[in-house]
Design a binder for this molecule. Structure first.
Ligand code: GLC
Length: 469
């Protein structure tokens, strides 16, 4: 006889996902209450995996000390030893920082950062956008987000918006447009990153502390007009599926107007939480993940190593192992998140072997296991575990439960707090049916002695399963 159990997959989880579809086309007006009625577009919730691309002038020097992951290094030492290679300009403005010393030695103290534009423009002429689109699609990604303007202020599209004091900070080739086209041709969605709060071509005060990140956001009419015009130009030219802003926004900016015009034209579009706290569709933890289902949809981003921009100093010891990338995606998805996994290409568009290797291994895993990823909802809050203490993640699709077993499991695996009816069926995705037997409140699954799939194995569980607290 079964005892009464509380379903982990009940209320909390489902409520977070229930999407009320508007009966007719919703018109949005330029006020927060109206904008907050924007429902989370289903495509984003279903997609689970996106590729972030950090590409710009900083990809030319491509240098940063591999200090460690964000969150694992204290902010007192972070900026002078900044592992984010896309922060190169800020790092060389901090005299005596490691990057400054590298810059002086390699290019000379007088070498102006913006002179990297010459090399960047020359090298990007070699780039083949379809090669990226194919690699991202084969990795299993359903969308891509590209840095159209990072903190240095250089735009990756030939903008018509005039820079008031530094003309010509634009890419010669329309990198944004060409990637957008290639990505769409491959059947993926395109999102655009834009650094709204920081622009070091307007404000050359270096950032040396966490407080100065917020303190150097440019709150002037002139810059607000510039950033607004950029966002409007990006939307008009490329119809992005995601507006991915970074580090706040000038307070004089006209966000409600931009947002309502955007939603009215593209109701399936999304706005991230780095413009303003007044309205957003999803949150964006960086080098961090939630270990519970969140009330709001979330998207975790991180580099494969310690940096978003390409860092030639990083070696295999700094880059996530393939099994870590897979386990990360699974863990995020099982808590209603998406993973926006970053790639930092070289100026000529080539992607380092180790980054390509991680994309390819993720793709190979997705080819077998993606039915347990795309379009799923979480099934347990928090994750479960095996009798020997390993984490077991769960997702579900309709009546089917998926259980993810990490670390190349083999032989018998005991999953705690999982019940299966006598008529129940267990199989390994990409493998075959496996035997399962109930042992008290645990389900013992007999996996082949040799791991059936690399790294994380996914079980498909059908017909009368129950998860208990
Ligand atoms: C940050 C960083 C940045 C990176 C980004 C990605 O705020 O400043 O370099 O582009 O977030 O999440």
């Amino acid at each position: 006889m079964r005892t009464r159990r509380t379903f982990l997959c009940s209320l909390g989880a489902t409520a977070a996902f229930a999407q009320r579809r508007p009966s007719g086309p919703l018109r949005y007006s330029a006020d927060w209450n109206s904008l907050r009625r924007h429902p989370l577009p289903a495509w984003f919730n279903d997609a689970k995996l996106g590729i972030f691309v950090h590409w710009g002038l900083y990809s030319v020097p491509a240098w940063a000390p591999p200090t460690g992951e964000l969150g694992k290094v204290d902010f007192a030492t972070w900026f002078a030893n900044n592992p984010y290679a896309e922060w190169y300009l800020n790092s060389i403005r901090l005299k005596n920082s490691q990057t400054w010393r590298h810059h002086v030695k390699t290019y000379g103290e007088e070498f102006d950062y913006y002179r990297f534009a010459e090399t960047f423009n020359r090298e990007t002429a070699k780039w083949q956008p379809s090669v990226w689109a194919k690699a991202f699609q084969q990795a299993g990604a359903r969308y891509v987000v590209l840095t159209t303007k990072h903190h240095d202020g250089f735009t990756l599209w030939p903008s018509q918006v005039a820079h008031p004091n530094r003309p010509g900070l634009n890419s010669r080739r329309d990198l944004v447009g060409e990637l957008t086209q290639a990505v769409r041709d491959a059947g993926l969605r395109m999102g655009l990153y834009y650094s709204g709060g920081l622009d070091w071509s307007f404000n050359s005060t270096p950032v040396a502390t966490m407080e100065q990140v917020g303190g150097t956001i440019i709150h002037t009419e002139e810059y607000a007009r510039y950033a607004d015009a950029h966002w409007r130009e990006l939307i008009a030219r490329y119809q992005p599926s995601v507006l991915w802003n970074d580090i706040g926004y000038p307070r004089q900016g006209k966000l409600p107007e931009i947002f309502s015009d955007y939603y009215n034209q593209y109701p399936e579009g999304l706005i991230n939480n780095r413009f303003t706290q007044d309205h957003f569709d999803f949150t964006t933890p960086e080098y961090a993940v939630a270990d519970r289902i969140q009330g709001k949809k979330w998207e975790a981003c991180r580099g494969l190593g310690f940096s978003f921009g390409y860092n030639r100093v990083e070696g295999p010891e700094h880059v996530m192992a393939p099994e870590k990338v897979i386990a990360l995606l699974v863990d995020i998805v099982s808590n209603n998140g998406n993973l926006l996994l970053n790639v930092g290409p070289r100026p000529d568009g080539s992607i380092s072997e180790i980054q390509l290797d991680r994309l390819a291994k993720l793709g190979a895993w997705m080819a077998r296991n993606s039915e347990a990823i795309y379009g799923t909802t979480p099934a347990a809050n928090p994750a479960g575990k095996t009798a020997d203490g390993r984490k077991v993640n769960f997702t579900r699709k309709g009546e089917v439960l998926y259980a993810f077993l990490h670390d190349r499991p083999a032989g018998p695996v005991t999953i705690e707090n999982l019940f299966l009816d006598a008529a129940g069926k267990v199989s390994v995705l990409g493998g075959g049916a496996v035997k399962a037997s109930q042992k008290g409140s645990a389900l013992v699954v007999e996996l082949p002695a040799q791991p059936a799939a690399p790294y994380t194995v996914t079980l498909k569980i059908e017909n009368g399963w129950q998860l208990a607290r």
